[in-house]
Design a protein around this ligand. Structure first.
Ligand SMILES: [Zn+2]
Length: 281
């Protein structure tokens, strides 16, 4: 039995996020949780390792990728140090750092430090929220480090509803340059080009051996509509939830398990592909 891995989990306390992120998150809560409010929902689960791990147990999730983010003008800041300390000592929480190229003079050296000293096991970048193109030359030293250390690069692609986000930076096509120039770098396209670039994300993950699609934040019942050839790409699609903004991991898993897909495809998408990318044995 392959593990179930959620490749896209945010943690933190409510004050780390912009108010408009909360308004959006509140809309995704069911009536009962909405009465509590997103602050309460977030702070009661996403603010400690113990409560998050208990929640993952309830959802049947074995491992979760936990994301740092430094997007001060659009969504908020979950510092690398916070995520490092949050995941410390946990077998199943896998920390991913973030480096904002506007805030870091030497992204390559900083990534090396974050991985070798702080124990980060991947990096997520947020072009849409931090306003740069993934194929910007400033990013290349960081990609070289990620490739040589063998850690995956996760990239926000596709739409966003948050104030200040610029959608042009979310075009997956700019990752074609990165995939060509760093053929051994594992690239995970978060949200699979959500909205108007599903075809590009799908095509790139078929074309490049180390490029993957991740499906966080997509309505799970629509997956076969967005990707009619989903099954053909079974080795390259990775489950993620975007919890707690998208608050119901268990329900998403149930919907995906109910799609017309082979069991083998489900095993790969819900965990085996992610395990390979993360180097979990
Ligand atoms: Zn997210």
């Amino acid at each position: 039995m392959s593990p179930v891995i959620d490749f896209h989990v945010h943690v933190g306390r409510s004050e780390m996020w912009k108010p408009w992120v909360f308004e959006w998150a509140a809309n995704n809560l069911n009536e009962q949780d909405r009465i509590l409010g997103p602050e309460q929902y977030l702070n009661s689960i996403a603010a400690s390792k113990e409560t998050l791990e208990k929640h993952l147990d309830e959802c049947g999730v074995d491992y979760a990728v936990v994301l740092a983010e430094s997007s001060p003008i659009t969504t908020g800041i979950t510092p690398n140090d916070y995520v490092r300390d949050f995941c410390r000592g946990s077998r199943r929480l896998i920390p991913f750092c973030n480096i904002n190229p506007h805030l870091e003079t030497r992204p390559g050296l900083e990534l090396e430090r974050l991985v070798t000293q702080d124990g980060f096991r991947g990096i997520k970048i947020y072009p849409t929220y931090q306003h740069f193109f993934p194929n910007d030359a400033r990013m290349y030293p960081m990609y070289a480090v990620a490739q040589s250390l063998g850690i995956p690069l996760m990239v926000h692609t596709g739409s966003s509803v948050f104030r200040g986000a610029k959608l042009k930076f979310g075009d997956p096509l700019t990752l074609d340059d990165v995939a060509v120039d760093f053929p051994n770098l594992k690239i995970v396209m978060a949200h699979s080009g959500r909205g108007f670039w599903y075809d590009r994300a799908f095509f790139l993950s078929r074309l490049h051996e180390n490029v993957y699609m991740e499906i966080a934040g997509l309505p799970p019942h629509k997956l076969l509509e967005y990707f009619p050839e989903f099954e053909r790409n079974a080795d390259k699609i990775i489950f993620g939830s975007d919890w707690p903004g998208m608050p119901y991991i268990k329900r998403n898993l149930e919907v995906i398990r109910g799609l017309v897909l082979k069991q083998n495809t489900l095993d790969k998408v819900l965990g085996a592909n992610a395990a390979r990318v993360l180097g979990l044995s």
